[in-house]
Design a protein around this ligand. Structure first.
Ligand code: ATP
Ligand code: MG
Length: 165
């Protein structure tokens, strides 16, 4: 399916919908697209949809960032990875066995990481601020309701705290 995005926020929203559409169990999301296509933006939305409250940024210098939400998210950036051997070094197989969502930027660099069962997200720049987001391997849910994370209870107005007997 192809989704058209007109802004970074719309791309994040597609990521949120993707999170809500994922089947249970381990999931690999192979992302393709040039520099600045919006891969990180989509993963930011994906993280939000998985209940992650931390801000998600590109893990360029660490190769992988880990986040804990309703499900774990492992955010890979393979930009600097050059060989299948390095894939082994970063513990790719271990990540796969942990049951989280593995979202991979620069999948172009690691074709040996994928066995065909992955979800594919291909983002193309089609204009100033416009992106064509092709998603294969899962049908996005049409609607979803975003629930804000639980808020702390409101502060009591006035008075002092006291212990009940
Ligand atoms: N429709 C859109 N969707 C996503 N990003 C957009 C869109 N229109 C403009 N942008 C801009 O494009 C950039 C996308 O950056 P982002 O870091 O998500 O790209 P990326 O694909 O992860 O790049 P990199 O390969 O460098 O990691 C941002 O600066 C964002 O504001
Ligand atoms: Mg990125």
């Amino acid at each position: 399916m192809i989704y058209i995005s007109h802004s970074e926020q719309e791309t994040e929203a597609v990521g949120m919908r993707l999170a809500r559409s994922l089947p249970a169990g381990a999931q690999v999301i192979a992302m393709y697209g040039e520099l600045g296509a919006g891969k990180t933006a989509l993963i930011r939305g994906l993280g939000r949809g998985l209940g992650i409250t931390e801000l998600i940024n590109s893990p360029t210098f660490t190769i992988v960032n880990e986040y804990r939400g309703e499900r774990e998210l492992f955010h890979f950036d393979m930009y600097r990875l050059g060989s299948a051997e390095e894939l082994f070094d970063i513990g790719w197989e271990d990540y796969l066995s942990r049951g989280g969502v593995c979202a991979v930027e620069w999948s172009e660099n690691v074709p040996e990481a994928f066995d065909g069962s992955e979800i594919v997200v291909n983002i193309r720049k089609t204009g100033d601020g416009e992106r064509e987001i092709e998603i294969r391997g899962v049908e996005l849910c049409r609607y979803w309701v975003w629930k804000p994370p639980p808020q702390p209870p409101p502060a009591l107005s006035g008075g002092t705290e006291s212990c009940l007997p």
